[in-house]
Design a protein around this ligand. Sequence first.
Ligand SMILES: O=C(O)CCC(=O)C(=O)O
Ligand SMILES: [Fe+2]
Length: 262
Amino acid sequence: MTDRLEQWVAAIEADGFVVSTDGCDQAMVDSILACSRTRITQVMEALGDREIGIGSAAGYDEIVQRSPGRWDLPISPQEFGVDERDFPWWPLVQRILGEDVEHSFSGVVYSDPDTPAQEWHIDSPHEAAEHLPAHAMNVMVALQDVSLDMGPTEFARGSHRLTNHLRNPALVREKLVYQHESTSPAMLAGGVDEAVPESYVSEFPAGAFVAFDDRVMHRGLANRSGEKRYMGYFSYRKKGYAENTHFEASRSLFAEIGQARL
Ligand SMILES: O=C(O)CCC(=O)C(=O)O
Ligand SMILES: [Fe+2]
């Protein structure tokens, strides 16, 4: 148990992410997926044929389109009916972000069949020119067996050390955080004496999770399967970290159609 935790901590520090199949049991996966599907039906019905652009600023409080056909619906731990302290990654986020770690977001991100990959990005920017420990982490958990065809999340190993726009003048904060076609692991090596971070991609059995430092470069891959791909996510921040590039919507879909939230 302790060994496993130490390995996870070391992987987060060295690689910026860690994948584990010691995740949620099937009952937990089923319950999170059932709750997600209920919410998706409700929100998609409310959305109807309204136009929604790409990115959080263009979205609603209840739904953001992260890339074409990739939908993010926030769902709180209470709504999921979970206590985050029961998750196997809880000791890990406490070790990395502190005993007083705070919950920042949670929900489901799902991609429709035949939808493209995202552009490479980071979830939040570096805070200082020197390499500090992580200020935020994200955990994504597979809510079904996710095959390579379904487009799991791809990571650039060790890139959390290279995405520092305060240290490398060739990097632009906005192009790192908001998906931009010019952003890639290769660009992180340009101008600095570093190797291009290698790509990591693997299938995820249901219940497996990946925990990552918000500053590591990653992207959801194309869904080439005939099925929707569902991942639950739980994100965390150091106490006092207040930046938010993740949910920037300023309108509520349910308020717009005059419907009370769940
Ligand atoms: O869908 C995925 O696999 C990753 C999604 C993601 O990284 C994001 O929307 O920020
Ligand atoms: Fe992301």
